[in-house]
Design a protein around this ligand. Structure first.
Ligand code: ATP
Ligand code: MG
Length: 301
């Protein structure tokens, strides 16, 4: 069963296509990581799925309900934490939660119970009377999450929830995410952190509005052909020029920190015997580079 399905979902702003014929299927209860460079269409997609932006074309459904026809019913079932989530700085933690609980029209008895549950989930009981303005980024982020799931949504959209918070807060935040998924919530999350993406059940890479890869992290890595070599280099750009001049067969090469990554066919590895390479397992960044390059080549050919 899929909690999200889209077919050729498209959003244009004037003549510019921000999301292009997107086909997604997100299994109920799974964590789906949505990755891509700045401006690739992640937020636009999420806004369409949350009913904030009208698609230009295509079809989308949430929990079996057509996005266009069942807008209000869909909204009741989803939680959304936007990239620029808004909390009221001049309200206390408790007041913010109570305010949002009011927006979801929760019955009075349920409201109080849920506010306390959210304080508990976010570890904010001790701080419930603190002014939100005085909270650090990590606490604010957990409070914002609490505000977006007060109504127990079946599906949760998180748009770069961990941007600008420290690693410890990121880990705490992800503990909560896993727990929600274990309890059956479907989660679609955008992130720029590859370590976070590794822990998603499935990942979609979006590039210039197109979904260029969509699978589990493990299978995405396995799909890369040949062998990936890491060769240390103090000046990666200069070293790449040397490799190019040597004219050794390779499928791809690119700088990677203080090294160069070279993708070679297994049969060609002997050509590199004079270089201090290590054969490595591709990281998700390697995977992303591979799919972007493949797509670019496809366009040129
Ligand atoms: N309301 C709008 N009007 C015109 N163009 C827009 C609008 N909203 C987004 N865009 C453009 O659509 C493209 C996709 O934007 P979007 O915000 O979805 O990217 P993103 O993948 O979320 O990027 P980021 O990682 O920076 O958050 C960008 O080129 C952006 O400038
Ligand atoms: Mg965005």
């Amino acid at each position: 069963m899929n909690a999200v399905v889209t077919r050729n979902l498209t959003k244009k702003f004037g003549t510019f296509t921000a999301v292009d014929d997107l086909n997604l299927a997100i299994r109920t209860g799974s964590i789906y990581g949505f990755l891509g460079p700045n401006g690739s269409g992640k937020s636009t997609t999420i806004k369409m799925l949350c009913g904030i932006l009208e698609p230009t074309a295509g079809y989308g459904e949430i929990l079996g309900m057509d996005l266009r026809r069942n807008r209000e019913a869909v909204k009741k079932q989803l939680g959304y934490m936007s990239q620029k989530f808004s909390l009221y700085d001049d309200l206390t933690v408790w007041e913010n939660l109570t305010f949002y609980a009011g927006l979801y029209s929760l019955p009075e008895a349920v409201k109080q119970k849920r506010v306390y549950e959210m304080l508990d989930m976010a570890g904010l009981q001790e701080r419930k009377n603190e002014l939100t303005a005085n909270l650090s980024g990590g606490w604010k982020q957990r409070l914002a999450l609490g505000c977006s799931i007060l109504h127990k949504p079946s599906i949760l959209f998180l748009d770069e929830p961990t941007g600008g918070v420290d690693p410890k807060s990121r880990r705490l935040f992800w503990d909560i995410i896993y727990q929600l998924a274990v309890e059956g919530t479907t989660i679609m999350v955008t992130t720029h952190f590859m370590d976070e993406a590794e822990h998603c059940d499935r990942i979609g890479f979006i590039f210039e509005g197109n979904l260029i890869a969509d699978d589990s992290p493990q299978r995405l890595k396995q799909a890369i052909p040949g062998l990936l070599l890491e060769i240390p280099a103090e000046d990666p750009m200069n070293f790449m020029r040397q490799l190019t001049d040597a004219n050794l067969a390779c499928m791809d090469m690119y700088p990677y920190g203080l090294s160069v990554h070279v993708l070679v066919a297994e049969a060609d590895i002997g050509l590199y015997r004079n270089y201090p390479y290590t054969v490595i397992t591709p990281s998700l960044e390697d995977v992303f580079v591979y799919y972007v390059q493949s797509r670019r080549r496809g366009m040129v050919e």
